[in-house]
Design a binder for this molecule. Structure first.
Ligand SMILES: Cc1ncc(COP(=O)(O)O)c(C=O)c1O
Length: 396
């Protein structure tokens, strides 16, 4: 039986993932590790497959946003350290113990409650690692003063169930040409580290760099970088892309096959709202993908696909499961391969282009591609795994 029964799929080039890890490996100091950020199902690429490849090619740990994502990695057999970067409800910490997953903390009360709960439920378990998050200017999560920081450290030191294993911060503007904000954040982070040392504390694992900061300030790598978007071959901003000091290879393509073709003999309207009228001789192809797959409806009458190495405009509104494109060459046939994101011949529709067309950032484009789309993994251009999230079937 086929792993999937629809003619739309994502291809992920594992070689690109590996190359991107190695590129950052060369760019950052030798003593600095690489934590591959595979939250949001590996930015839509597949957390397990990308995580495994990143670890194989030089990353030494993984990070996700929430505990459920971390457990998924463990269930897939990944044994490397995994850190949850976001908030974990106290009543879930037992799962973190069970699966040996490191958590983020930024409040003494949380440490107190988590310790009590674990002492109650599993007093003989091995302690789990806790990374303290400091808020140096993101305004999201994290301790915001030296007093809060010392209080949580001291509370952790007294906990038999939680072990202080890391301290970090996250930058808000590391991808911009103006470095004022990121430099201020780094100074604040340094002052927290200094305060800890002044209080006689031995620093655990220290980290602050996302992709942008890893590119611009590799000297701030400390013990590890947290590599997200760059792992997938994308730049955090156009400024970062234009710097051109770290060459990255995009890993993801989105492909489909033509489901229906018609050539207009007389004008006819296309899709809901009849916002486009095909003119005589125009060839209109229907593709089996829509907004319910995470292909944005904002691409209606605005986006492109590639057919025969040439651009084909999306005409009419993007439907829930289908879109229509105008084939300029008039040569389309049912079953022809069409590229929606990625390269075909000499043409390319980059995720940056798509993001720009719909007024968002490249991060969001692959994250939107959902469980309805099978993922095909390639190494050396050969398919090495097919995984369909809808059926949870995997074929090697
Ligand atoms: C705390 C934290 N660290 C690292 C990353 C990775 O960032 P990037 O994808 O820009 O490398 C993220 C992503 O948003 C994050 O939230």
């Amino acid at each position: 039986m086929k792993a999937f029964c629809r003619d739309t799929w994502v291809e992920v080039d594992l070689d690109a993932i590996g190359k991107n890890v190695q590129t950052f490996r060369r760019h950052i100091p030798a003593k600095t590790g690489i934590m591959a950020v595979v939250k949001a199902d590996g930015y839509g690429h597949g957390a397990v497959q990308v995580g495994r490849e990143a670890l194989r090619c030089g990353a030494d740990s993984l990070a996700v946003a929430m505990l459920d994502e971390a457990v998924l990695l463990r269930k897939a057999g990944i044994t490397a350290p995994v850190l949850v970067l976001g908030y974990t409800p106290v009543d879930c910490v037992e799962q973190a113990v069970q699966w040996n997953i490191e958590l983020t903390a930024y409040h003494s009360e949380w440490v107190e409650q988590a310790t009590r709960l674990l002492l109650d439920k599993c007093p003989n378990a091995r302690p789990i690692g806790i990374h303290i998050k400091t808020d140096t200017g993101m305004g999201r999560l994290g301790v915001r003063s030296t007093e809060e920081l010392l209080a949580i450290v001291e509370r952790l030191e007294r906990s038999p169930m939680l072990q202080w294993t890391g301290i970090f911060t996250h930058f808000a503007c590391a991808d911009e040409a103006d470095t004022t904000h990121v430099v201020q954040q780094h100074q604040q982070f340094q002052s927290y580290l200094q305060a800890l040392q002044d209080a006689g504390k031995t620093l655990p694992k220290v980290h602050c760099c996302n992709t942008a900061a890893s590119i611009a300030f590799p000297q701030w790598g400390y013990d590890t970088i947290r590599l997200g978007i760059g792992l997938y071959g994308l730049y955090p901003s156009s400024y970062m892309r234009e710097r051109a000091d770290v060459p990255l290879v995009p890993a993801l393509s989105l492909k489909t096959r033509i489901a229906h073709v018609k050539t207009a003999k007389e004008p006819f309207t296309v899709s809901y709202g009849a916002t486009y009228t095909a003119q005589p001789e125009e060839q209109i192809a229907t593709l089996p993908i829509g907004y319910a797959d995470g292909f944005s409806r904002l691409l209606s009458n605005r986006g492109f696909a590639l057919h025969g190495g040439e651009r084909a405009a999306i005409v009419g509104r993007v439907c829930m499961d289908q879109i229509m494109v105008r084939i300029g060459s008039g040569s389309a046939q049912v079953g022809d391969e069409v590229v929606l994101y990625g390269k075909q011949g000499d043409e390319e529709i980059s995720l940056d282009e798509v993001a720009e067309r719909i007024g968002t950032i490249n991060y969001e484009i692959p994250c939107m591609l959902n469980y309805r789309i099978p993922r095909v993994y390639l190494r050396g251009r050969q398919v090495v795994e097919v995984f369909h999230p809808l059926t949870m079937k995997s074929e090697m």
